[in-house]
Design a protein around this ligand. Structure first.
Ligand code: SF4
Length: 186
């Protein structure tokens, strides 16, 4: 499990921003959109046994209300298009979790003609949770790592996406042949 290391932006973190970051970290709302088989491990988090709401984490049915999108395993090229649409409709600051080995290196689908095998070429991943499939305890640990990054002002993937949109678009268009998304989508 690891966080993508991006330097925090110097001089932009006054007391107000630091307080806002603490509030954000303790109130992560997840867009309920499962992409691969790892999504099945998200369900137990909502039960009394793991109780993710004790950390302020809860599911939302619309990207407009969500802070984080979890790519829950293998991502088909066809699904990538929908995921980009959802991600770009979320309000900034927003975060991405890559769940399962498939998001890191393709996992058991590494040589499939139709899946993505390195998620951070297409989306700014803030935290990866390795495993096939990762247990709920690992996902909670991934959330805690992300919360720490947010509190320290280091979860800046969304900013990286905006500043490097051209690079992301090149990668996205390389695999999505029938590109019909708006060029600026938020
Ligand atoms: S990492 Fe394993 S469990 Fe997760 S999507 Fe890939 S094959 Fe499925």
């Amino acid at each position: 499990m690891y966080c993508s290391e991006r330097p925090s932006v110097p001089g932009t973190r006054g007391i107000g921003k630091r307080i806002a970051d603490i509030a954000r970290a303790n109130s992560l709302w997840v867009v309920a959109y499962g992409t691969g088989c790892g999504a099945i491990e998200l369900r137990p988090l909502q039960t009394a046994r793991f109780d993710m709401e004790r950390f302020g984490i809860s599911m939302r049915v619309t990207p407009r209300q969500a802070d984080i999108i979890i790519i829950s395993g293998y991502l088909a090229v066809k699904t990538l298009k929908r995921v980009l649409r959802v991600y770009e409709q979320m309000q900034s600051p927003k975060y991405v979790m890559g769940l399962g080995s498939c998001t890191i290196n393709g996992g058991m689908y590494y040589d499939s003609y139709n899946t993505i095998n390195k998620l951070d070429l297409y989306l700014p991943v803030d935290v990866y949770v390795a495993g096939c499939m990762p247990r709920p305890e690992s996902i909670i640990q991934g959330f805690q790592l992300l919360m720490k990054q947010i509190k320290e002002g280091k979860a800046e993937g969304w900013r990286h996406y905006v500043e490097n949109l051209e690079w992301y678009r090149e990668n996205q268009k390389r695999v999505i042949k029938n590109w019909d998304l708006p060029d600026y989508n938020w």
